[in-house]
Write a protein that binds this ligand. Structure first.
Ligand SMILES: Cc1cc2nc3c(=O)[nH]c(=O)nc-3n(C[C@H](O)[C@H](O)[C@H](O)COP(=O)(O)OP(=O)(O)OC[C@H]3O[C@@H](n4cnc5c(N)ncnc54)[C@H](O)[C@@H]3O)c2cc1C
Length: 324
């Protein structure tokens, strides 16, 4: 299971980033922009699963100046922090988070040229998918069914229906823990299935925005309709979930959902967490699930699939522990 690490790192920025030709700007003297920081926000309220205890500190950022200020606030006080979008791929611990959760609402949106879009990392990814498709461009039709932000999609390399975020990215703007901004061109970024360099790079604080280049396509709207219809028929859309919990095992293997289903695990529940009857790779919060219920259920599912098929499933969701 991926767990969060580099966002807490104070200091050390990787050399390739420091030497990037696209160096930008030192953000200084911005404390006047510090957003309201509250204590004890229940993280279940900012996750689609509805699971998670209180954050020691919590704030919402609506512009890059606010983001830079809160990053500096955390850095000066050595407070661990975590940037989240819609929390649609996060499992927060029942005890919450012993640091500052920064809810990203950098929601700018711009059409730079026909088929070229620049969006703040807090912009809803599904809105970007719908807008670009309605403009007649293809590449992000799949995004219309994904409840996350642009930043979350760039971080996770969100994908579906044969399309993926990395394929239409032109560049990504990031800020480091030291408050420096960089524009990273796509060709410097190594992407894989549900993986991005942002999951492992030390010294990065947040993805700020991204630029996408799409291709004109007469059937884009039809694609989008088809993809949404498939989702409605095959996924528990109205339930509280984080989408697919496991990565698909890879080339030559059946999907994780197929393996879980054939292992007879649909409907299996622990506490309030249940393997969806509709899509076996979804774990739904049946009302009062705790993170510990989900974790137990994940481990039982892994064990059963391993013993039946000899395949070790790997979590796609990000578990955010109480402490680093
Ligand atoms: C019903 C449903 C359907 C889904 N379908 C799909 C699907 O088809 N395909 C798919 O790939 N996913 C799917 N997902 C999963 C999820 O929506 C995606 O992974 C999405 O991209 C996560 O975006 P988010 O903003 O919610 O990220 P979050 O859950 O908030 O964060 C996920 C990770 O990204 C990091 N992160 C987020 N924003 C930033 C930022 N600005 N800077 C740095 N780090 C950041 C967080 O720290 C965290 O580690 C689905 C989820 C649900 C609930």
């Amino acid at each position: 299971m991926l767990s969060w690490s580099w966002r807490c790192t104070v200091g050390g920025v990787p050399s390739w980033l420091e030497t990037s030709s696209a160096t930008v700007q030192q953000l200084e003297g911005l404390d006047a922009h510090l957003p309201v920081i509250s204590r004890g926000k229940t993280l279940g309220e900012v996750s689609t699963w509805g699971i998670g205890g209180p954050a020691k500190l919590f704030c919402e950022v609506h512009c890059e100046l606010q983001l830079a200020s809160v990053l500096r606030y955390c850095r000066k006080r050595s407070i661990p922090f975590l940037v989240v979008g819609r929390g649609s791929n996060c499992l927060f611990d029942d005890r919450g988070f012993d640091g500052c959760v920064i809810l990203n609402r950098l929601c700018s949106f711009e059409r730079l040229a026909p088929g070229v879009y620049h969006a703040g990392s807090g912009y809803p990814f599904n809105a970007l998918g719908i807008q670009s498709t309605n403009d007649g461009f293809s590449g992000l039709e799949f995004a219309s069914g994904i409840p996350g932000t642009v930043g979350g999609a760039v971080f996770m390399n969100a994908s579906a229906d044969g399309q993926e975020t990395a394929n239409v990215l032109k560049s990504v703007e990031v800020v480091t823990v030291n408050g420096q901004k960089y524009e990273l061109p796509r060709d410097k970024l190594t992407y894989g299935y549900r993986s991005s360099p942002f999951q492992t790079i030390q010294g990065l604080a947040a993805i700020c925005s991204a630029t996408f280049v799409l291709t004109g396509c007469a059937t884009a709207k039809e694609n989008l309709r088809k993809y949404l219809k498939r989702r409605k028929e095959t996924q528990p859309i109205g339930e509280r979930s984080a989408g697919c919990v496991f990565r698909n095992p890879g080339f030559g293997c059946q999907s994780a959902g197929f393996l879980i289903d054939k292992a007879g695990l649909k409907g299996l529940s622990i506490g309030g967490a249940k393997v969806s009857e509709l899509h076996a790779n979804f774990i739904i919060n049946d009302g009062n699930s705790r993170a510990s219920d989900v974790i137990k259920l994940l481990s039982i599912v892994k064990e059963r699939v391993k013993s039946k098929y000899g395949i070790t499933l790997e979590e796609e969701i990000i578990y955010v522990p109480f402490k680093q």
